[in-house]
Design a protein around this ligand. Sequence first.
Ligand SMILES: [Fe+2]
Length: 296
Amino acid sequence: MEQITPPTSSKCVWIMSDTHFIEPEDLEIFYSALDDIQELEVNLTGIWLLGDIVGGHDMKTLDKTAEIFVEHCESLGVPICYVMGNHEMDIRRSKGINRFPIHEAALKRPNWHAACNLTDFYFSKEFLGHRVYFFGDHVAEDAGWFTSHGEVVSEGNAKYPHLPEGYVRLKEEMAHETLPIITAAHYAFPGGQRASGLLDHLLPLPKQVRVHLYGHGHIGDPIWNPIDTWEREHTVKGQDLMQYNISSFETYRTPGSFSALLFGGPDEDLDLWIRCHVEKRWVAHYVIPKAETKAV
Ligand SMILES: [Fe+2]
C-alpha cells in the first residue's frame, strides 16, 4: 500500500470513531494524528466524529478532556459533525446524569454540527456533494430511556418515541432526496460488525444511498469484534450496498490507531482510505464506484 497515495487535490473528509478519550493524557495519540493529517496536505472539507469519542465516569475529567479535544479539532478550520456512541452514555448509565460535553459544545460553537436535541436519532448535512445522514446514540432529557449498542435501554415507563413512525418518516425523506446519500453512524447496519438493531428499521435503504461508514466494532479486537476481526468491508443485509468499519482510533484494544479519509463527489467514485497514525501509513483503500447513469 505504501507506494499508493490518495489524490490530495480532491476534496475529502476525515472520519474518526472510538477514540475512547477519558483523561487529557489520552489525547497524545490525537495530537500525533493531527500532525499526521496536516502533513498529508489534503484538501480537507470536514471532520466526522462517529461516537465513543469520550467516556468515563468522572465529570471533571470528562469536561476537561472534551474541552481540549474540541479546541484541537477546531484548529483544522473545517465543519465538524459529531454523534454519540455507547461510551458517551457512561455517566448516564452509572449515575443517571445527562452530561455530554462535546454535544453541548457542538450546539454552541459555530463550526460544529450535531443532533439539535439529545432525543434525536439523526441529523443530516451536505458534504462532498452528498446529503450525509448521521446516526448516533440518543437519550431522553429526563429519566426514561437511552440507546446503547443499537438497542433502547429502558429506565422506567417512558416510551422510546421514534418507533416505528420516526424511522418510517426518515426512510421516506431519504427516498425523496435529490442528492446522493452517504450514511455515517456509530453502529453498522445489519450485515456489518456489531450491528444496530435500531438501524435495522431503516432497511432496505433507498437507492440514493451509496455507502455506510461506521465504528464500534474495533478492527483487530478479538474480544469484542471476534468475527472477521480484521475485515472492514461488508454488505448491508439484503442489499448490494457496501458498508465499511473505520474504527478504531484508540490503541489499547487494538494494534494501531485507525481513521479514514473519504474523497470524491456526486458524479465520481468515492475513495475511502484507511490510515494508521501509529505507523503513519495507509493500510487499506476501497473504491465505491460512481452511480450508474440512468438511460434517457
Ligand atoms: Fe461503541
